[in-house]
Design a protein around this ligand. Structure first.
Ligand code: URP
Ligand code: ZN
Ligand code: ZN
Length: 465
């Protein structure tokens, strides 16, 4: 099957050009002006006039079916990757979980079983490590060889995913040998638990106090600590879901002194704030960790994206229904499952707030939502590029269309939207995954099982700054 995308404006991280794209099978085979008029034969021609042609979005932080707080994140690999596709994201990297006392292998096998035959678009895995011991350290090397080169550890969630400094340092030492990457959830979970217990004891049990108890300085402290541990081990480190200016200041300082420190933020920290958590128990819809911050943090996060102290935006997609799941925490915010839905809205929110909002160029937008994730997570140039030889993961994007975000129309399997009623400019009209059209004008045209596991290489951090 040959598909020609004609008359569009190709937008990549490097620049923009008017050119046509020829796809043969799953791969981009030719890019040039006027291919449509040059007698190139194609089975289908997609007219992209007035629209952008961009590399498919890559969301490197999702949690399909994550077990958390006595329940599970609702989206499966089928519903989650379908929702992602509607929003212009054609690859997700999800977190497989090693449960305490079990092997990494058991966790990884479980995640392969969840995804294989179900995903509608491509996927990879990172590995959450709950135990660091001789066995799991040895297993890390094997996972790197199998295309799972990143490992998430936590200074948060004592008793669940928490690792102490020695465990984190040992895991970092292991990546010094095997070329993997440690991803850190950096909040001081021990201190947070003290404050959270004080709040509940004082009768402050509403969701809002989840946000109050997790001080920004606790994120700043843990961010500094894990960066310093990584410097001690001589390895790069990646900070996930950075939310607070205090944490950004630590990342910026580290990068200024030449440390290989990388970080992502998420749409919820750019567009939502602690005030959203104020509305009685309705605030539970916004409970995630790190929490939403006072609105004045947002401008600094945008500056971080402009200056590349933050390299990319992922969603931390981890949806729990308000009814029946978030409600587990009525009367005690500590029991509300942590996480927000978002995989469908990231590309449009960043286009609307970033490009239309005049904060970033359209090229930087593409870099933040696709190219930088591909580079940092070992998929470039197979993914994240519009280039000959790359996978034909492409989005025909209308930068002028408007849509209103709502739970009534979204495709994520969750009963509310954090952005209910927000109008955004920009929409993914046609979405291709490895050459197949999987979304066309609001209709799903793909198939369950089309998505493939992407074996990723360890990124070449020596060449990255
Ligand atoms: O609230 C969040 N972020 N839930 C998902 C788990 C995590 O820490 O990423
Ligand atoms: Zn986390
Ligand atoms: Zn997460």
């Amino acid at each position: 099957m040959r598909t020609l995308i004609s008359n569009g404006t190709i937008v990549t991280a490097e620049g923009s050009q008017e050119a046509d794209v020829l796809i043969d099978g799953e791969t981009i085979v030719q890019i040039g002006r006027g291919l449509a008029n040059a007698g190139i034969a194609a089975d289908e021609t997609i007219d992209a006039s007035g629209r952008y042609v961009i590399p498919g979005g890559i969301d490197v932080h999702t949690h399909m079916e994550l077990p958390f707080g006595g329940t599970f994140a609702k989206d499966t690999f089928e519903t989650g990757t379908r929702a992602a596709a509607f929003g212009g994201t054609t690859t997700v990297v999800d977190f497989a979980v090693q449960s305490r006392g079990k092997s990494l292998r058991e966790g990884l096998d479980a995640w392969h079983a969840k995804a294989e035959g179900n995903a509608v678009a491509d996927y990879g895995f990172h590995m959450i490590m709950s135990d660091v011991n001789d066995d799991t350290l040895a297993e890390m090397d094997q996972l790197v060889a199998e295309g799972i080169p990143d490992f998430k550890l936590f200074t948060a969630y004592p008793g669940v995913f928490y690792s102490d400094d020695g465990a984190i340092f040992r895991a970092m030492q292991q990546t010094a040998k095997n070329g993997g990457l440690i991803m850190m959830h950096a909040e001081n979970g021990m201190a947070i638990d003290v404050v959270a217990a004080d709040e509940v004891a004082a009768g402050r049990t509403d969701p809002y106090y989840h946000g109050v108890a997790r001080y920004p300085i606790f994120e700043g402290e843990a961010t500094n600590r894990v960066i310093r541990l990584a410097e001690g081990a001589g390895v790069p480190v990646y900070i996930v879901h950075l939310s607070a200016r205090e944490a950004l200041a630590e990342v910026r300082a580290a990068r200024d002194r030449g440390a290989k420190t990388f970080a992502e933020t998420c749409p919820q920290y750019l567009f939502l704030s602690l005030d959203d958590m104020k509305n009685g128990f309705d605030g539970a819809k916004f409970v995630c960790s790190p929490p939403l911050r006072p609105a004045d943090h947002q401008a600094e996060l945008w500056t971080g994206l402009v200056k590349d102290d933050l390299q990319l935006v992922s969603t931390d997609h981890c949806p729990f229904d308000f009814h029946g799941q978030k409600e587990l925490g009525r009367g005690d915010f500590r029991k509300i499952p942590n996480g927000l839905p978002g995989v469908e809205d990231r590309v449009d929110l960043l286009h609307d707030g970033g490009v239309i909002g005049g904060r970033i160029t359209r090229e930087r937008w593409v870099e933040i939502v696709s190219t930088a994730p591909a580079r940092l997570f070992g998929m470039y140039p197979r993914k994240g590029a519009v280039a000959v030889g790359s996978d034909a993961d492409l989005v025909v994007y209308d930068p002028n269309a408007t849509r209103t975000i709502s739970a009534k129309t979204h495709h994520m399997d969750v009963d509310y939207s954090c952005y209910e009623g927000r109008q955004v400019r920009g929409r993914s009209d046609i979405v291709l995954s490895r050459g197949s059209v999987i979304v066309r004008d609001g209709e799903f045209t793909g198939r369950k099982g089309h998505g493939q596991f992407i074996k990723r290489a360890a990124a070449d951090f020596a060449r990255m700054s």
